[in-house]
Design a binder for this molecule. Structure first.
Ligand code: URP
Ligand code: ZN
Ligand code: ZN
Length: 464
């Protein structure tokens, strides 16, 4: 059999282990894994590692972010950045504007993404209000169309749901076989601490971290997993930042609750001290939950090493720093309360984990593939993605494990004007990103057309 494309010479990270085979690709799919394959095009990948293309299942793109505030990425820049960072699929959120239904929001986000994307895209929903149209019509219809997961927030004014509302949403998830993702932080506790800090004049960016301490997340994680237990549904706790929250997850699992856990690069590499820079600069690291300290980083690493985390995502939520439509929003210098939450990271997620995890010997290549691609596909129902296996989409990234260079804003492709990891030394970079058999990035340069498309998903595997 001849192929459209053959990749030879790489160490191939397959679900069953690492293999020194060729990868034969035809019509965008992997059709042969073997030796001596022939093809119309051959890529000699000697000395490189062939990984399943990264799936980043937690990114925010072009979301409404408050009056006058704009996210730094549209779908063109976000997917360009994602592909340069070794991703072939991203999973952004559809957030309805005020007065818009969820179904209208999905139409609007598809229009924003159409024809713009260098990676494939599969949307989650955000449920920020609980009404009969959302619960009774929109969610069932959208789940039926393959948007089989949605996020609910226990924090952020205007977004948070009450416990009773979360239970109602989880009940729809149970009936329809969808997965609920929870942002677990206790808004009332944050509000209490925030008001007090402002009254005392503690308004600098670092107080964002100090008014969202670990117990705020630990309590909400306990509550979220308990609500899932009561509703009898699986739940994904997103962006877990500390050991105490992880313990709540482990405790719930030991009671038989089906809890999945996600963590992100910021919780293994950054600390609250980053927010404590002189003047306003700490705003660059304002995200929720905030980065913690070295002890919590160690707890998150222990969780990664022990398999407690199912997925490692970026929570890419990019704003520009030197911009009144970004971190420097009106009122942000007067109080951390007004600093838009979120940091850019879709391009640096995989290099950071490869370097800190694989290159430093903390995790294997197989674990890296699982928590950056395979598990995302399995849990969220991306049937043709996430593994180098015959029958899957030929979403493959070639990594140079020996390439060492620091992260530099100048070399990134996102729309933000800074990276929280400026100067961070990384060993192991993606050098070629292949989406459905076509090269979309080579040597850190986007090439080719915006062939990314929306991918509908099956029901999550965890559904009873
Ligand atoms: O600060 C963050 N993480 N912003 C993005 C929205 C969210 O909560 O995930
Ligand atoms: Zn969140
Ligand atoms: Zn997020």
């Amino acid at each position: 059999m001849t192929h459209d494309l053959v990749i030879t010479g790489a160490q191939v990270v397959c679900p069953g282990g690492i293999s020194a085979c060729d990868i034969g690709i035809a019509h965008g799919r992997i059709v042969t894994l073997g030796n001596g394959l022939t093809g119309a095009e051959v890529i000699d990948a000697t000395g490189l590692i062939a990984m399943p293309g990264g799936i980043d299942s937690h990114v925010h793109i072009a979301q409404p972010s408050g009056p006058g505030v704009e996210m730094a990425d549209d779908f063109a820049s976000a997917t360009r950045s994602a592909a340069c960072g070794g991703n072939t699929t991203i999973m952004p959120f559809c957030l309805p504007e005020d007065g818009q239904t969820l179904r209208e929001a999905v139409v609007a986000y598809n229009a924003k993404a159409e024809g713009q994307c260098l990676t494939d895209v599969s949307f989650h929903l955000i449920v920020k209000s609980v009404d009969s149209v959302t619960l009774g019509q929109d969610l069932p219809a959208l789940i039926g169309q393959g948007l089989t997961s949605f996020k609910v927030f226990m924090t952020y004014q205007g977004m948070r749901l009450t416990d009773g509302e979360i239970l109602q949403v989880m009940d729809v998830a149970r009936e329809q076989g969808a997965l609920t993702m929870v942002h677990a932080e206790n808004e009332d506790a944050i509000e209490f601490l925030r008001d007090k800090a402002e009254r005392d004049g503690r308004t600098q960016p670092v107080h964002h971290a100090r008014t969202r301490p670990v117990p705020v997340e630990r309590e909400a994680t306990h509550r979220a997993t308990t609500l899932a237990e009561i509703a009898d549904v699986p739940v994904m706790i997103v962006h877990v930042s500390n050991g105490a929250a992880l313990e709540e997850i482990q405790r719930a699992k030991s009671r038989g609750v089906r809890v999945f856990a996600e963590t992100c690069p910021q919780y293994i590499t950054l600390t609250a001290d980053n927010l404590d820079k002189a003047g306003f600069e700490g705003a660059k690291w304002v995200c929720s939950p905030p980065p913690r300290d070295m002890e919590e980083q160690a707890a998150i690493w222990a969780g990664i090493e022990q398999g407690a985390f199912d997925v490692f995502s970026s929570d890419h939520c990019p704003f520009r720093f030197a911009d009144p439509a970004g971190k420097d929003a009106p009122g942000a210098r007067a109080s951390f309360r007004n600093i838009p939450n979120g940091i850019p990271g879709v391009e640096t997620r995989l290099p950071i984990l490869f370097s800190e995890g694989v290159s430093k010997g903390r995790i294997s290549l197989e674990t890296f593939a699982q928590i950056t691609a395979t598990n995302h596909a399995r849990i969220y129902g991306l049937e043709h993605k996430g593994s180098i296996m015959v029958g899957k989409d030929a979403d493959i990234v070639l990594w140079d494990p020996a390439l060492t260079r620091p992260i530099k804003q100048d070399a990134l492709h996102h729309g933000s004007d800074y990276t929280p990891w400026e100067g961070f030394e990384v060993t192991g970079w993606p050098v070629r990103t292949i989406l459905r058999g076509r090269t979309v990035v080579k040597d850190n340069t986007p090439v080719g057309e915006a062939i990314g498309t929306h991918v509908a998903r099956a029901k999550p595997e965890v559904t009873p």
